[in-house]
Design a protein around this ligand. Structure first.
Ligand code: ADP
Ligand code: ASP
Ligand code: MG
Length: 419
C-alpha cells in the first residue's frame, strides 16, 4: 500500500473544528488508497503555555521534567485526531512517541532521532488500520525518559517518519499555502514559490523562516524525502503548495530566492582586547563550553595602543548570539576575565538588533549581490552593524526597528515579487 505522511501544525489543530477539517484531508487520502501516518502538533499556543508552567515552577528546571511537561500538548491532539477519524469510520489509533517507540538521544529539549522502528505501526497497518496518528515533537531517550526535539520539532518528526516508512511524500499542512519569498506576514508583496531547493530552504529555515524546522529540511535532504508545504485551510490537490526538492528539479532559479529574518538576536562587543595569536580561541572556547551558539563575528583591525601601561596592539571583538543566551555569554566572558584568560575594558550588549538575510543558490555564480543588498539598505538609511556571508547567503545585523523596512526594501531590490 502506498503511504503518505501528513503533518498538521498548531493552528491546523487549534480546536475541534480544525481537527475535523484536518481529518477530512486525511480521509481524502485514505479514499485515494493511501495508508497515512498523521503527525500532529499541539493546539496553537499550548506549547508556550506549558513552557510557561515549567518556568513558573522552577527557574533552573530539570530538563527531563521540562520535556515531560511540554511534550504533553501533542498527546491531546493525537488522541483527538484518532477519535475524529474513528467517528468518520476510518480505522485509526494514536501513538505517543514512546509507544512507537521513537528513539532519540537524551539531549532533553533538543533531542535527535536515533531510530524509528517500524514494526509496531506496520503490524497495525497489516491488521487493517488505515491511519497511525503520531504525536509530533517527542520521543524517548535510552534511559526511557520523554524527550522533545526543540521548538517546531513536529516538522522533523514528520520527515523522519517519511524517511523511515519510505513515504511517497511528506505533506506539511500549515496556516500559509506554501513557502514564500519572505514571510507573507511581513511583506504583502511576498510571492509563493512553486519549488525551492533543499539548500535554500535549509538556509532560510536556519536564518529564521520558521515555516519549517531546520532539522526537518536537513533530514529531507539527506534521505531524499519529497517534502511539500501547503495550506490546511484551503482545498488542496497534488499540485498545491511548495515542493522542497533537489536543485536539479528547478528549471530556472533566481540569484536571490528568498529573504529571512530573525528578531531573536543579540550583539556583544568586547572592547580593547589584546591583538595576539590565541585571543579568539580564548574568547570563543569558553563561549562554546558554555553552550553559546555564536553566529556572526567581526574583529576590528588592530590599533596600536600607545598607553605605556598597555603596550602592544589592541582591537575589539563583536559577535552575535541568540538573545536568550546573552546572560550565559556574559558570564562566560566575565569568568574568563577573572581567570586571567582574556582581558577587555568593557563588555557591551545590544539586544535591539535583528538579522536579515538574502538567500539564493544563484549567488554562487553571480557577483554583485552584496553590493546590491548594501545599496538597498543605504537608500533607506539603515545602518549595518555586522555582516556575514556564505556561498549562498548574505546576512546583516541591523537595528530591530528597521527590520520590516529592510525586508521590504530587499524584496523590492531583488524583484522577488516577479516570477
Ligand atoms: P505550524 O504551527 O503549522 O508549524 P508555523 O507557525 O511554525 O506553523 O510556521 C508557519 C509560519 O511561518 C507562517 O504563518 C509564516 O508566518 C511563517 N513564515 C516565515 N517565513 C516564511 C516563508 N518564507 N514562507 C512562508 N511562511 C513563512
Ligand atoms: N508544539 C511544538 C512547538 O510549538 C512543536 C511543533 O509545533 O512543531 O514548538
Ligand atoms: Mg512550525
Amino acid at each position: 500500500m502506498p503511504l503518505l505522511v501528513m503533518k498538521f501544525g498548531g493552528t491546523s489543530v487549534a480546536d475541534l473544528a480544525r481537527i475535523e477539517n484536518a481529518a477530512k484531508k486525511v480521509q481524502k487520502e485514505v479514499e485515494r488508497g493511501y495508508d497515512v501516518i498523521v503527525i500532529v502538533s499541539a493546539m496553537s499556543g499550548e506549547t508556550n503555555k506549558l513552557v510557561g508552567y515549567v518556568e513558573g515552577t522552577s527557574k533552573l528546571y530539570d530538563a527531563r521534567e521540562y520535556d515531560a511537561v511540554v511534550a504533553s500538548g501533542e498527546n491531546v491532539t493525537a488522541g483527538l485526531m484518532a477519535l475524529r477519524l474513528q467517528e468518520m469510520g476510518i480505522p485509526a489509533r494514536s501513538w505517543q512517541g514512546w509507544q512507537v517507540p521513537i528513539q532519540t538521544t537524551a539531549q532533553h529539549g533538543s533531542a535527535r532521532f536515533v531510530d524509528i522502528p517500524r514494526a509496531n505501526i506496520d503490524a497495525k497497518f497489516a491488521e487493517g488500520f488505515k491511519v497511525a496518528v503520531v504525536a509530533g515533537f517527542q520521543g524517548v531517550s535510552p534511559e526511557g525518559r520523554i524527550t522533545t526535539l526543540g521548538r517546531g520539532g513536529s516538522d522533523t518528526t514528520a520527515v523522519a517518519f517519511a524517511a523511515a516508512f519510505g513515504a511517497e511524500r511528506c505533506d506539511i499542512y500549515t496556516d500559509v499555502d506554501g513557502v514564500y519569498t519572505t514571510d507573507p506576514r511581513v511583506s504583502s508583496k511576498a510571492r509563493k514559490l512553486e519549488k525551492i531547493a533543499f539548500e535554500e530552504m535549509l538556509e532560510l529555515a536556519s536564518l529564521g523562516a520558521k515555516v519549517l524546522q531546520t532539522r526537518s529540511v536537513e533530514l529531507a535532504m539527506r534521505y531524499k524525502v519529497r517534502l511539500r508545504v501547503l495550506s490546511s485551510f484551503e482545498d488542496t490537490d497534488e499540485t498545491s503548495g511548495t515542493l522542497v526538492c533537489d536543485e536539479e528539479e528547478i528549471m530556472e532559479s533566481k540569484v536571490v530566492s528568498g529573504i529571512a529574518f530573525s528578531r531573536e538576536e543579540a550583539k556583544i562587543t568586547l572592547f580593547t582586547i589584546e591583538d595576539r595569536p590565541g585571543v579568539a580561541s580564548a574568547i570563543f572556547g569558553p563561549l562554546a563550553d558554555a553552550g553559546v551558539n555564536v553566529d556572526m563575528i567581526v574583529q576590528n583591525i588592530s590599533e596600536k595602543d600607545y598607553d605605556d601601561a598597555h603596550p602592544g596592539a589592541v582591537t575589539d571583538m563583536t559577535f552575535s548570539c541568540p538573545i536568550n543566551q546573552v546572560e550565559r555569554a556574559k558570564k562566560a566572558m566575565e569568568d574568563a576575565k577573572l581567570a586571567g584568560k582574556i582581558g577587555y575594558d568593557e563588555l557591551i550588549v545590544d539586544t535591539d538588533v535583528a538579522k536579515v538575510s538574502v538567500v539564493g543558490i544563484g549567488m554562487r555564480s553571480h557577483a554583485g549581490v552584496a553590493a546590491k543588498m548594501f545599496n538597498a539598505l543605504a537608500a533607506e538609511g539603515i545602518n549595518i552593524k555586522v555582516i556575514s556571508t556564505s556561498e549562498i547567503k548574505i546576512s546583516v545585523l541591523i537595528d530591530r526597528k528597521y527590520m520590516e523596512l529592510a525586508v521590504q526594501a530587499l524584496h523590492d531590490a531583488f524583484e522577488l515579487e516577479k516570477a
